[in-house]
Design a protein around this ligand. Structure first.
Ligand SMILES: [Zn+2]
Length: 312
């Protein structure tokens, strides 16, 4: 999930940018002091920490802790406290599933404490590009080497051997972005998806950074194939899921794509499509969280339209 500020949009207007602004996900930030970080023990030393931003995977070993994603920096003290309840060892590795701030905002805090931050090459590039656009007072992606990942991984699968366990970093084909890493805790039979998958509500798709509706739909076949019947899936947002949940989600997204493509084929404008409320029935199951129907319709419409898909 990504969060953009109003200021970002205003800056684009002031610069006279002709390109239409991409749909924005407007999110009210919480009262950080009142926001808890919940811990779910998934066995084999693997935990899921759940709070306002992206879910965190934790693997605690004898010599240190691996985190997958790092949450908003405003929650860093609470994340550290939750990790400390799991292990008294230091955080040695932080893997970024992708570049969005609600997953990487805490990187700098952990890097300053000695952790090695690891990401895909694309994620590294996107973070550095955001830093180049930011000034020192920016609350997201401030300039400085400490917030950029220190180690990048390429396509394919990399393996960690930590705490007597195997942790695979799998570079997914383009889905939520084109730099998504998914993480498999082999012995614990846990798969962490980053934002390629949200459990229980509509997705966000960052098509400006290589994501696409078709990439998301296709990716669920890959994800499903990595799962066994007892695999627990840590989604980017939402509670722990199973492989059956992934199939259900894929079917929902296929249906959304079909309806948007039908609207484009019928010559509807983006505004007319949104005004026709084509997802009201799906909203009852999937529309009750941060991503609402108009935003999803806008990103799928613009994604398909930009590729010449869905229309005659
Ligand atoms: Zn995201």
């Amino acid at each position: 999930m990504r969060v953009r500020s109003w200021l970002w949009g205003l800056a684009l207007c002031a610069a006279g940018t002709a390109a239409p602004a991409a749909p924005e996900l407007k999110m009210d930030l919480p009262d950080w002091a009142a926001t808890p970080v919940a811990d779910r023990d998934l066995g084999h030393g693997v935990h899921m920490l759940e709070s306002f931003g992206g879910n965190i995977g934790v693997l605690a070993g004898d010599y240190g802790v691996l985190l997958v994603d790092a949450e908003w920096p405003q929650l860093n003290d609470k994340v550290r406290a939750a990790v400390a309840r799991i292990s008294d060892r230091p955080v040695r590795y932080v893997v970024n599933t992708h570049w969005h701030w609600d997953h990487v905002g805490g990187d700098a805090e952990f890097a300053r404490g000695g952790a090695l931050v690891i990401a895909s090459k694309e994620t590294y590039r996107y973070i550095v590009a955001e830093q180049a656009r930011s000034d020192a007072a920016a609350d997201q992606y401030p300039p400085g080497a400490a917030v950029a990942p220190a180690l990048t991984v390429d396509s394919g699968t990399q393996e960690f051997h930590l705490a007597g366990q195997t942790v695979q970093l799998i570079h997914a084909p383009p889905a939520h972005t084109d730099g998504d890493l998914i993480v498999r805790f082999v012995e614990a039979d846990v798969l962490q998806t980053g934002d390629t998958y949200f459990n229980g509500f509509y997705p966000d798709i960052d098509f400006e950074h290589g994501g696409s509706i078709d990439g998301m739909i296709a990716f669920y076949d890959t994800l499903y194939a990595l799962c066994g019947p007892r695999t627990r899936v840590i989604p980017g947002h939402g509670p722990v899921a199973s492989r059956d949940d992934i199939r259900t989600y894929q079917a929902m997204l296929r249906e959304v794509r079909r309806r948007v493509a039908a609207g484009i084929s019928a010559g509807m404008s983006e505004q007319a499509l949104i005004a026709s409320h084509p997802l009201d029935d799906l909203d009852r199951t999937w529309g009750g969280n941060l991503v609402k129907q108009p935003y999803l319709l806008a990103i799928v419409y613009e994604d398909l339209k930009s590729k010449g898909l869905g229309g005659r």
